[in-house]
Design a protein around this ligand. Structure first.
Ligand code: CO
Length: 168
């Protein structure tokens, strides 16, 4: 696991993550390390593939309050609403780029906790958007893949600069 967030176009961001079976103490420690890294980098969510850990685990906290830290194992989206909404998104793996993404207004999240407890809950608003964005990462999907053709054109130059690598 990387101690930094991987950046586009790192190929590890494009791999499908594996389902987690038995959760070890080491896995739990890694999950909490991800929350810490997410906070340090000013993000509201982080998926394990973003730190080079190819498992289906996401963390998020959209409020910034410690009690709202959320760690989900093997999360899946169910019953996405037909109604959608458009809001700007960014991603720690795609620095310097923000763009509007259309997503369902509501959905259900099915997942497990680190302790193997089954979780099922409805989400909407920023929490829903954040979890849908993070769950996309588990399938190797980035928010820039979900833009309309016109919005893709608008960010093309910035993406090319990321593809060229960091400034030296
Ligand atoms: Co992201």
């Amino acid at each position: 696991m990387s101690d930094k967030v991987l950046r586009y176009p790192d190929s590890r961001l494009r791999q499908k993550a594996e389902r987690m079976t038995n959760i070890t103490l080491d896995d739990k420690r890694r999950a909490f390390d991800m929350l810490k890294l997410m906070r340090e980098d000013g993000g509201i969510g982080l998926a394990a593939p973003q730190v080079g850990w190819g498992v289906q685990l996401v963390v998020c906290n959209v409020s910034g309050k410690p009690e709202d830290d959320l760690i989900l194992v093997n999360p899946v989206i169910a019953e996405p609403s037909k109604e959608t909404w458009l809001e700007e998104e960014g991603c720690l793996s795609v620095p310097g780029i923000r763009a509007k993404v259309e997503r369902p207004q509501t959905c259900k999240i099915l997942a497990a906790s680190l302790d193997g407890e089954i979780l099922a809950f409805g989400v909407k608003g920023m929490l829903g958007r954040c979890l849908m964005h993070e769950i996309d990462h588990l399938g190797g999907v980035l928010f820039i893949d979900r833009l309309t053709p016109a919005r893709k054109v608008a960010i093309r130059g910035k993406l090319k600069r990321l593809e060229a690598g960091p400034d030296r």
